[in-house]
Ligand binder design. Sequence first.
Ligand code: NAD
Length: 368
Amino acid sequence: MAVGKHWQILVLLGDGIGAEIMPHVLRVLDIVSISDASFDIITHDFGGRSIDLHGTPLTEDTLDQATKSDAVLLGAVGGPQWDDLPMEKKPEKALLSLRSELDCFANLRPALSFSPLIEASTLKPEVVAELDVLIVRELTGGIYFGTPRGVELRNNLRRGFNTLVYDETEIERIAKVAFELARKRRRRVCSVDKANVLEVTQLWRDVVIEVHRSFKDVELTHMYVDNAAMQLVRWPKQFDVILTGNMFGDILSDTAAMLTGSIGMLPSASINANGQGIYEPVHGSAPDIAGKNVANPLATILSIAMMFRYSLDQPLLADSIEYAVEAVLAQGLRTADIMPPNPSNELHLVGTNEMVDSVISSLVGTDT
Ligand code: NAD
């Protein structure tokens, strides 16, 4: 239970289902504030809505507020009405700028299976039951940011090129995050690279081994990325924390996401060296279902749980939110995305608002 804590949270509603879900979900914070934790919740426009109102997807004022906040809670951005804007002006640019301005170099993506939803996975129940894997992905370096990059004409042929580059400080800081998180879990880190082919990932492996000298209580193993992709779908429960670079992490975290069923269930965090973080569902703004009260709000609720765990150091509050989610699923409540095609009588289709209300009722019934 949190006693006398006070936090400043910046809420960025965003667009589509992001803006639809977030106002309901914020009531979770009202419930936990009963337990003597209080929040300054400051809401700013972001993404497409910010373009419409302020001419830019991320204003200086919003960025300034983000740097002063303990955590940023983000809905989702984007929509067809902004698709034709130049790349620099699109809603999605706001996400990349925010992550890079806050130097959120560590992306945490849990793959957690909720037992009532095991049937929603495409894998066999025994493969995914009680799955709890955390992917720690380097987010601000690697091939997505390396230079030189581009497409050029050489000998009359178009030639595209990108640069996969990491310096040792970038590897060191993400490795420390992974080892520290492993200490709060099952104390195992598997570092994923391609050290048999790429020199930069041989450096990755060397630096991870050096950092590990300060974390001898954590078991370290290494795996090539091709094998890791295979092992994730063969027997994912062999992993506790997976540590990897930007591009490999991008691919492996989406693979891991599918182990657990729907995109509507997946939270994520991007944190910096000060513990500040951006917490957001993995899904986008889903314009196809926005405004219809059908979107699954659980990924956003679980993102709040991650905020308590990783930025506000309140693991018990995080646990209680996750238990509340598990409880409503166990009661048989399902939004459309997690409803099986031929549901049993025990399952009940609910909308966004009813799902949030049920999680809150369940939370009120537990000691937060
Ligand atoms: P999306 O994640 O928005 O939707 C993909 C599919 O999943 C859709 O069929 C949607 O209805 C469904 N879905 C997503 N979230 C759901 C939820 N909570 N409950 C039920 N169903 C859900 O991806 P997209 O359609 O490729 O992109 C739509 C827009 O979102 C684009 O503008 C894209 O750029 C943007 N986007 C933003 C983010 C972000 O803000 N982090 C991430 C991905 C995409």
